[in-house]
Design a protein around this ligand. Structure first.
Ligand SMILES: NC(=O)c1ccc[n+]([C@@H]2O[C@H](COP(=O)([O-])OP(=O)(O)OC[C@H]3O[C@@H](n4cnc5c(N)ncnc54)[C@H](OP(=O)(O)O)[C@@H]3O)[C@@H](O)[C@H]2O)c1
Length: 324
């Protein structure tokens, strides 16, 4: 029988259990998929810890790439044998085989491997919507991205550079500085040793940046606000250091007429057409070398516990995947 990672209660990486599961056949509008590669994302740790609540027992994981084994009735856009990828609810991507709604899947071109597809869906779609829909980035602008050597971070600066913008990045250790630079960050600040807001103000001759993309959350929010230009855009899109403290609108936002948004991917790709279009834009950039992605580490599905430990202890130096 195929195996899946199941969690019965929230907790540390130890709650991730590999179990045999009965997958069955797809119902109407569903497809049965054999996963070939599974994306490891920071959000998986929020689901596991309980920061983002799930009903127990639960599968875990949102992103994978694989091959269709069987299509249910009413599925017209896919056939048995198609190469697909997905990156959204329902939860349960940490599986060898599973059934998903056809509407969350996109077709993957031959040139993109299963491994790359499983890396690109969440991180690429996130970068795509952040830079084109949440904030309409323009050539010549200077922006700030936190955790620049991370999974989203490595794609983000390459995409921003392709628009003609300059990106300042932050990282948590000196070993990550060169990695961030190699991925297109013009300046990289180690925010565990330096006051990043002060450094950004120096780098921008006290003007500040047009937008901050902050997936770190609790530890960086105040500094991010500090180094924004008046009327700048604060994009708080994650909480790797913990959830945000309540925002004081008069003090934090009104003081510089800032914009504040807390986007999530699901609100930006609301149907299959939008999803396929967003994914195709990423696949094209990768196919034509505009974005270069190197998978930092592949874990066996059975080693998901170790993968979560490494992700949370900031030891990963780029995107990682699980191989079922
Ligand atoms: N809203 C959305 O639609 C959306 C979609 C995808 C991802 N996200 C968010 O984007 C962020 C990046 O996701 P990712 O999967 O690519 O992860 P990642 O960047 O590979 O890993 C998270 C990084 O956060 C940094 N970090 C800072 N403080 C930390 C702490 N106390 N504990 C652990 N890490 C800390 C670490 O980098 P340093 O060591 O360099 O500080 C770590 O590598 C996450 O917050 C995620 O939730 C949001």
């Amino acid at each position: 029988m195929p195996k899946s990672i199941i969690i019965k209660k929230n907790g540390g990486p130890e709650v991730l259990e590999l179990q045999e599961v009965n997958v069955g056949s797809p119902g109407p509008n569903e497809i049965k998929v054999t996963n070939h590669a599974i994306g490891l994302n920071y959000i998986d740790t929020y689901h596991r810890s309980g920061l983002y609540p799930l009903q127990m027992p639960s599968g875990i994981g949102l992103e994978a790439a694989g091959k269709i084994e069987e299509v249910g009735t009413n599925v017209n856009e896919f056939n048995k044998g198609d190469k697909i990828a997905y990156a959204s609810m329902p939860i349960g991507a940490y599986s060898q085989q599973r059934i998903i709604p056809a509407k969350i899947a996109v077709k993957v071109p031959d040139e993109i491997s299963y491994q790359l597809a499983a890396t690109l869906m969440t991180k690429g779609l996130t970068t795509n919507y952040l830079l084109t829909k949440t904030y309409n980035l323009k050539a010549g602008e200077v922006i700030l991205f936190h955790a620049a050597a991370g999974g989203v971070g490595q794609i983000f600066a390459q995409w921003a550079n392709s628009i003609g913008a300059k990106v300042i990045g932050t990282v948590g250790s000196n070993g990550k500085i060169e990695i961030a630079k190699a991925n297109g960050y013009e300046h990289v600040i180690n925010y565990t040793e330096n006051d990043f807001a002060e450094e950004v103000m120096k780098l921008t001759s006290d003007k500040g940046v047009e937008a901050v993309f902050d997936g770190v959350g609790k530890n960086t929010f105040k500094g991010s606000i500090t180094c924004l230009k008046p009327r700048g855009m604060m994009v708080s899109f994650g909480n790797a250091s913990g959830p945000l403290d309540p925002v004081n609108v008069p003090k934090d936002i009104q003081s510089k007429s800032l914009f504040l948004t807390r986007p999530t991917i699901g609100h930006y790709f609301t149907n299959r057409d939008e999803l396929q279009k967003g994914a195709d834009e990423i696949f094209e950039k990768v196919k034509f070398g505009k974005i270069k992605i190197k998978i930092f580490k592949e874990y066996k599905l059975a080693d998901a516990k170790q993968a979560h430990k490494d992700l949370e202890s900031r030891r990963l130096l780029g995107p990682a995947i699980l191989i079922p």
